[in-house]
Design a protein around this ligand. Structure first.
Ligand code: NAD
Length: 261
């Protein structure tokens, strides 16, 4: 097959598809939104930070992609409902949802106040449910859908940087993903989780200094943090046609962190 033809196939994977990516103002979410758009997708860039969401969407449009920004708080059902309604009005029914919004707190278990527990659970777990719940009728109408929930190695083991609330929330995301996959498979909607190790994003930079990052880097078998684009590549595979038979699973992406020697 000529190279041009092969490249053309790959870059066209999401033409005509509408995708919502939450927490896409920066970090992993922004990389996912950019990758989906670079392959032809119409992308709704959702973030609680409206300025960051607009910057991501502007950047995508600047490179010829299709994107619109939505200021959304995924922890509030009304905010989520209006994002989904406006997205459908603008771009039609939703084909792809990437639940990526999240936040990290590092407080040790004995010191976690109830309000902080709820904040972390709401942003990382309840938010993913609320957005999936709001998008489901649209995917059902479409007769197809792809959902990827960004969990974490925190949910597979324990968190390197986060507290017990973060670990518990991410373990919850894995359970939520499995359950939705089973319930929504008859609607031809796949639901999977992706569990990154340590990714070089503002979240990680805010939680570490240079020496901590160096210690983490040294502890990872591949001797580096992940690039957000590497997480985006995996997510885009899972929401592509090639992954039609993959549902209810989790894919770890951690540079070897969880290899049991
Ligand atoms: N960076 C890592 O090492 C790592 C590892 C594993 C999992 N993750 C997960 O990947 C996802 C993205 O992480 P990141 O490192 O890019 O983080 P980040 O902090 O750089 O970006 C997260 C984005 O989510 C947005 N957000 C937070 N709360 C929100 C809310 N209530 N509603 C809407 N948007 C909200 C933030 O404004 C921000 O733009 C998170 O779910 C995180 O837990 C990150």
């Amino acid at each position: 097959m000529p190279v041009e033809e092969k490249e053309g196939d790959v870059s066209a994977r999401f033409v005509g598809r509408t995708a919502i990516v939450t927490g896409a103002g920066r970090g992993i979410g922004r990389a996912i939104a950019e990758r989906l758009a670079s392959e032809g997708g119409r992308v709704i860039v959702g973030d609680i930070d409206g300025t960051a969401a607009r910057a991501t969407a502007r950047g995508i449009r600047g490179t010829g992609g299709i994107a619109r920004a939505e200021r959304v708080d995924v922890t509030r059902a009304a905010s989520v409902a209006s994002m989904v309604r406006r997205s459908i009005d603008q771009f039609g029914d939703i084909d792809v949802l990437v639940n990526n919004a999240g936040l990290l707190r590092s407080t040790r278990a004995a010191d976690i106040p109830a309000a902080e527990w709820h904040l972390v659970l709401d942003a990382n777990l309840t938010g993913a449910f609320l957005v999936a719940h709001a998008v489901y009728p649209s995917m059902r109408r479409r007769g197809a859908g792809r959902i990827v929930n960004i969990a974490s190695m925190a949910g597979r083991a324990t968190s390197t940087l986060g507290g017990a609330h973060y670990t518990a929330a991410k373990a919850g995301v894995l359970g939520l993903s499995r359950h939705l996959a089973r319930e929504w498979a008859p609607d031809n909607i796949t639901v999977n989780a992706v569990s990154p190790g340590i990714v070089d994003t503002p979240m990680v930079r805010d939680a570490t200094d240079d020496s901590r990052r160096e210690a983490i880097r040294a502890s990872i078998p591949l001797k580096r943090l992940a690039d957000p684009a590497e997480i985006a590549a995996l997510v885009c595979f899972l929401v592509s046609d090639e992954a039609a038979y993959i549902t209810g699973t989790n894919v770890d992406i951690h540079g070897g962190e969880l290899i049991i020697a």
